[in-house]
Design a protein around this ligand. Structure first.
Ligand SMILES: Nc1ncnc2c1ncn2[C@@H]1O[C@H](COP(=O)(O)OP(=O)(O)OP(=O)(O)O)[C@@H](O)[C@H]1O
Ligand SMILES: [Mg+2]
Length: 226
């Protein structure tokens, strides 16, 4: 339904995506990883059809969470989540309530988004995406402001959502979370897809992209609840 075939994107006179081919599959959760400026946000925006000369995706079927969604409005968390119903032209309450519950912010429904914490606001924006009940979720760093427990909870939710026959593409800087939850990891660097691998084989490519000696530490560590 969405995908890119040999796409090159030039912004401000500079090619920021070079010959990128990327096809997410139904039922799959894909993490997009790579250094700052690698082109992850640009790839997501290209998929969503938000760049010049791209075709906008159907907003009823594809939800896009921007990296900097902003939360300076005098709107409540419930109203933000309800924005996710605009593509359907309805005010259905059930998907909004479910989205708030899934994102762990049901109790904040009546709170204004400009008067809640950064992590709470991020989850409100995510609830908006879920309220659309899309087939495809394109999420740019949805766990950036979240505490570790909340980040695990949201990624587990995304994985379950993919398993239920949706498609999830998520930009993540948290390599440990990407390795743990994604089916597939796409590694970007300097506007190119450097690797596109099952998560359990992606560690060497990630180490190379970041120039860091990532490894799996077998020593005892704090494990999140199963
Ligand atoms: N509108 C624009 N005009 C010119 N250059 C841009 C524009 N938007 C992004 N770029 C450049 O394109 C490159 C890729 O940007 P992009 O936002 O896709 O990176 P990213 O991988 O999402 O990085 P980050 O991890 O910091 O969010 C960067 O070098 C950025 O400076
Ligand atoms: Mg980005």
């Amino acid at each position: 339904m969405i995908g890119l075939d040999r796409v090159t994107v030039t912004l401000g006179g500079r090619a920021v995506l070079h010959d990128v081919t990327f096809h997410p599959r139904v039922g799959e959760m894909i993490a997009l990883c790579g250094p700052n400026g690698a082109g992850k946000t640009t790839l997501l925006r290209a998929l969503a059809g938000l760049l010049p000369k791209t075709t906008p995706a159907d907003p009823r079927r594809v939800a896009y969470l921007p990296q900097n969604a902003g939360s300076a409005w005098a709107l409540t968390v419930g109203q933000i989540a309800a924005l996710g119903r605009i593509p359907h032209g309805d005010t259905a309450d059930a998907p909004v309530t479910l989205a708030l519950r899934q994102c762990g912010i049901e109790a904040l429904r009546a709170h204004r988004v400009d008067r809640i914490s950064g992590g709470e606001a991020r989850r409100a924006m995510l609830a908006r995406a879920f309220a659309t009940e899309p087939d495809v979720l394109l999420l740019d760093e949805p766990t950036a402001d979240l505490d570790p427990a909340a980040a695990h909870a949201i990624l587990a939710l995304l994985k379950r959502t993919a398993e239920q026959g949706k498609t999830v593409v998520v930009v993540l800087h948290a390599i440990d979370l990407a390795l743990r939850y994604a089916d597939r990891i796409v590694v970007m660097r300097q506007g190119r897809v450097e690797a596109d691998l099952p998560a359990d084989r992606a560690l060497p490519a990630l180490a190379q992209a970041f120039g860091l000696p990532f490894g799996v530490d077998p020593s005892p560590r704090l494990l999140p609840p199963a």
